[in-house]
Design a binder for this molecule. Structure first.
Ligand SMILES: Nc1ncnc2c1ncn2[C@@H]1O[C@H](COP(=O)(O)OP(=O)(O)OP(=O)(O)O)[C@@H](O)[C@H]1O
Ligand SMILES: [Mg+2]
Length: 235
């Protein structure tokens, strides 16, 4: 689903943010991306999103070399990616429902289809009851879950999250990460950037480790011991 082939990124300032990075992430795979502040995590996510271009190497997303895409194809590719950020990026003058509906309005869905998709996404993150509330009246964890509902409402094949639990306490962080790990059973490829070692250790998932722009480790997850698998056996 996501493939990096000897990818490097050097910013115009001369800062070498990524150096000769190669890895591959499949459908239905959950992966952490970790490393110290400035290691290159956000830069790597930006390359997947197409918000910035690699200086060398090839980034392939859902079978397409992203550098060669036309603007129309770039827009189509963006629709298959749901992105979640630490600061939520919610619109404060819109209700929870309207915030989540935003990506669908751009896609031109009918009102009926839109309502059913937004409600399904809100249900998945446990926010159906507060659909008419304004984001400012909700807790940090609830606001983060609005961001997740907005990222999944288009049924993306890929979910990217940059420090999605950065502002949350450990109970809420666990809750959010449980949600993310559940998406992999739906065949979604999930990549979560986090520098929170405790959080990463609690969820035994594949982990890519960056150091000064180099990929220094690719640690496999413990199959069968994942939070996702545990959840499924409980049901
Ligand atoms: N737009 C930019 N222009 C120039 N240099 C940049 C830019 N964005 C990031 N950098 C530099 O590239 C390197 C990698 O930054 P990046 O933001 O990817 O790190 P990070 O791992 O996400 O760090 P953090 O954990 O603090 O979010 C850093 O040295 C940073 O200063
Ligand atoms: Mg970052």
């Amino acid at each position: 689903m996501i493939q990096f082939d000897r990818v490097s990124k050097r910013y115009p300032s001369g800062q070498q943010a990524l150096q000769n990075i190669s890895f591959e992430l499949d459908r239905g795979e959950f992966t952490f991306l970790t490393g110290h502040s400035g290691a290159g995590k956000s830069t790597l996510l930006k390359l997947v999103l197409g918000l910035d271009k690699a200086s060398a190497g090839i980034v392939t997303v859902a079978g397409h070399n992203i550098v060669q895409l036309t603007p129309e194809k770039t827009a189509a590719r963006r629709r298959i990616i749901g992105a979640v950020f630490q600061d939520h990026q919610l619109l404060s003058d819109r209700t929870v429902f309207d915030n989540v509906a935003l990506p669908l309005e751009i896609s031109g869905f009918s009102q009926r289809e839109l309502r059913s998709r937004v409600r399904a996404a809100l249900d998945k993150v446990g926010l159906l009851r507060v659909e008419k509330a304004m984001p400012a009246g909700l807790s940090g964890g609830q606001q983060q879950r609005i961001g997740i509902a907005r990222a999944i409402v288009n049924s993306p094949s890929i979910i990217l999250a940059d420090e999605p639990t950065g502002n949350l306490d450990s109970a809420l962080s666990n809750e959010i990460m449980d949600l993310f790990t559940q998406f992999k059973s739906l065949g979604v490829c999930v990549l979560v950037a986090s520098h929170d070692k405790h959080l990463i250790n609690r969820f035994s998932q594949r982990t890519l480790v960056l150091k000064d722009g180099n990929l220094i480790a690719d640690i496999p997850g413990e199959q069968g011991e994942t939070a996702c698998a545990k959840d499924q056996t409980k049901q």
